[in-house]
Design a binder for this molecule. Structure first.
Ligand SMILES: Cc1cc2nc3c(=O)[nH]c(=O)nc-3n(C[C@H](O)[C@H](O)[C@H](O)COP(=O)(O)O)c2cc1C
Length: 174
């Protein structure tokens, strides 16, 4: 079941007009809520944007990003914010990024299971999005995703093979 979703989920950059049902929106947010996190501190806050004027303002900050038009077209935009003080920081590795990554991925896989499309958007102008959405200065705006029914399903863009990405026992072994 999960493997099928891993294989078939794609980043969706073309959306139809069909609105997202409330129960489906709640389900994807619930999937995000249930994610594991550093010391279970759940550093995340999600902002759900449906107001076309606000979506338009956010989309305007995504110049040159291939997702720009999709942010306007999709009926819902979900913005993932993190309180970095509510997560770990070890050897210079800020774990709030991982917390958000895992939670967002759960949201996205649940969305796919419900027939909905998403697309990670990490290339954002954080301060511009922060000011549009009134996010406090001490909260990071990490990522966002459109949410809606896919209009176009892209082809599989490919992945490295297991042989390329897995080493057994030690880095230097075959
Ligand atoms: C951390 C992260 C940031 C990303 N940022 C963007 C982005 O700013 N704009 C965009 O169009 N896609 C973005 N993507 C989507 C990737 O381009 C996409 O996942 C990758 O090409 C593989 O395609 P697939 O998701 O359809 O398998 C991002 C993905 C990740 C994981």
């Amino acid at each position: 079941m999960a493997m099928k979703i891993f294989e078939e989920r794609r980043s969706i950059r073309r959306y139809g007009d069909r609105p997202v049902e409330d129960d489906k929106l709640q389900a994807v947010l619930e999937a995000a809520r249930l994610a594991p996190s550093w010391a279970n501190m759940q550093c995340w806050t999600y902002i759900v944007v449906r107001d076309p004027a606000v979506k338009e303002a956010v989309a305007a900050t995504l110049k040159n990003n291939p997702i720009q038009k999709a942010v306007l077209a999709a009926p819902v935009l979900i913005v993932a914010c993190a309180d970095s003080d509510k997560s770990g920081n070890v050897n210079g590795q800020p774990y709030y990024m991982l917390d958000i990554g895992i939670s967002m991925q759960q949201l996205m896989l649940e969305a796919w299971d419900l027939g909905l499309g998403t697309c990670w958007v990490g290339w954002i102008k954080e301060d511009d999005v922060r000011s549009i959405l009134g996010v406090p200065e001490d909260i990071r705006v990490v990522a966002l995703t459109p949410l809606g029914y896919p209009a176009v399903y892209p082809d599989f863009p490919g992945r490295k093979t297991l042989e390329e990405i897995v080493r057994y026992e030690r880095w230097g072994q075959g």
